[in-house]
Ligand binder design. Structure first.
Ligand code: FAD
Length: 451
């Protein structure tokens, strides 16, 4: 049977765009449908605008540090309208880059919502129908509001980039990385931030000591963080949203932002009808090669809810092309993925947390926490933390956790060593770079404990 395309990609985000381009480069005839804006979550309402907001929010502290170092600078005020205008132009520019890359690769783009009609057919919101030998679903995920009365008064990360003006105060609900990052960002931009998280400690799943230090320092920098706390009720009143908390608090906030979870975009696009299996959390079930229960349909990225990060979606997209279009079956390696949380302070992590590692095998823990030279000089109380989890049996470094300025940059480098299977002795053999924060990673002599 002759198909219109060799590959039809649904979703123009990190995974979909990369897969489409790389597949087209093999000579395949490729189409891609995007219903909103090219670039997807990462470019339009995720990593990129968020990181630019992190940069914007750090100037307040930088100015106070500058004064401590002898510079005569005044604080001034932050102008959200100016920043948002620049942000919007930057996102337009990046979207243009993505479109040109697809164009240049010969990918046919449809600005439309797509759904499956059968294992080889896609219907578009424009009314067109296209057939393809292979279909790749890369529709990503979206934030969800909690199921509670008044929740519709709140916003999510989707809306935060689009505010006409910054509120004076905000309640952020959630304890995951998105909630904690925005607590730091908005606090830095001068918004009075309160954060509720129903669990006992923020950043569930990460190393315990790192979580503790980040929570302490977020509070020290001004975030009014309450763990073990839920919203009991919320209503619109003059001047904002009145919220009763389970901790007995009652206050009016200019905005309430929910960062309480994301779900895969699998609704209403004909997946189950075509025979694709959907998991308990609404994710597309795939095998190691990103193939669904229907042989012609594959899925990559957040819609499969494996590891929901941009570089992982990109890897999965490239492995799919390697498998299907280059005849080289390539599973995706999800082990030892380094990642960063852009909280203030920043967090970089790779491998096992102490809590997870001790459940698996006997370990040694190397950990140090100290005031870095630049902050100490500026009179700040911030501390950094460096932590290594080491296997007693193999001496391999099983995990590394860094809470410090630029921890995301540092962990990328450590991630290479850990991925290569470096031992504690390999770290020790490496000469320190002095004076730096990260020299502590190669100079920690005695374990602080064994487990
Ligand atoms: P997406 O990028 O979500 O793309 C899916 C695309 O499909 C969207 O453009 C959507 O409009 C489109 N679509 C959906 N349904 C249809 C349909 N039926 N027809 C046509 N088009 C459709 N990751 C990091 O690695 N580092 C970070 O710092 C980071 N920060 C983040 C901050 C925030 C606030 C958020 C929300 C996410 C962040 N992420 C970060 C996660 C990252 O954005 C995602 O993991 C990544 O974008 C997933 O790529 P994807 O291709 O699977 O999906």
């Amino acid at each position: 049977m002759a198909f219109d395309f060799d590959l039809f990609v649904i979703g123009g985000g990190s995974g979909g765009v990369r897969a489409a381009r790389v597949a087209a480069a093999t000579g395949a005839k490729v189409a891609l449908a995007e219903e909103y804006r090219m670039g997807g979550t990462c470019v339009i309402r995720g990593c990129v605008p968020k990181k630019l907001m992190v940069f914007a929010s750090e100037f307040h502290e930088a100015m106070s540090d500058a004064r401590a170092y002898g510079w005569d600078v005044q604080d001034g005020s932050f102008n959200w309208t100016t920043f948002r205008g620049k942000l919007d132009s930057e996102l337009d520019r990046l979207e243009g880059v993505y479109r040109r890359l697809l164009d240049g690769s010969g990918v046919t783009v449809f600005d439309a919502r797509a759904a499956l009609a059968d294992p080889h057919t896609v219907t578009l919101s424009t009314g067109e129908t296209k057939t393809a030998k292979h279909i790749l679903v890369a529709t990503g995920g979206r934030p969800v509001l909690p199921d509670m009365p008044g929740a519709e008064l709140g916003i999510t990360s989707n809306e935060i980039f689009k505010l006409d003006q910054l509120p004076d105060s905000i309640l952020i609900v959630g304890g995951g990385y998105i909630a904690c990052e925005f607590a730091g960002i908005l606090n830095g931009l001068g918004v009075k931030v309160t954060q509720f998280y129903r669990g006992a400690q923020i950043l569930r799943g990460f190393d315990g000591e790192a979580r503790g230090l980040i929570a302490d320092q977020m509070r020290e920098r001004g975030v009014d963080l309450h763990c073990g706390t839920n919203i009991l009720s919320m209503e619109q009143v003059d001047g904002g949203i009145r919220v009763k908390g389970s901790n007995g608090s009652e206050a009016t906030y200019g905005q309430v932002m929910f960062a309480t979870g994301r779900v895969p975009n699998t609704d209403g696009i004909g997946l189950e009808e075509a025979g694709v299996k959907i998991g308990r959390r609404g994710e597309i079930a795939v095998d190691d090669y990103s193939q669904t229960a229907v042989p012609s349909i594959y899925a990559v990225g957040d819609v499969t809810n494996r590891v929901n990060l941009t570089p992982v979606a990109i890897r999965e997209g490239m492995a799919f092309v390697e498998t299907v279009f280059k005849g080289n079956p390539t599973p995706v390696d999800h082990d030892l993925i380094p990642s960063a949380v852009f909280t203030q302070p920043e967090f970089g992590t790779v491998g096992l947390s102490e809590e997870d590692a001790r459940e698996i095998e006997p370990i040694e823990v190397y950990c140090t926490s100290f005031k870095p030279m630049n902050h100490s000089f500026a009179g700040r109380s911030d501390r950094v933390m460096m932590k290594l989890i080491v296997s007693k049996a193999t001496r391999k470094v099983l995990g590394c956790h860094i809470v410090a300025d630029h921890a995301g940059e540092l962990i990328q480098m450590v991630g290479i060593a850990v991925k290569m299977g470096a031992t504690k002795e390999d770290f020790d053999r490496t000469v320190a770079v002095h004076p730096t924060i990260s020299e502590e990673l190669v100079t920690m002599k005695e374990p602080v404990r064994s487990a």
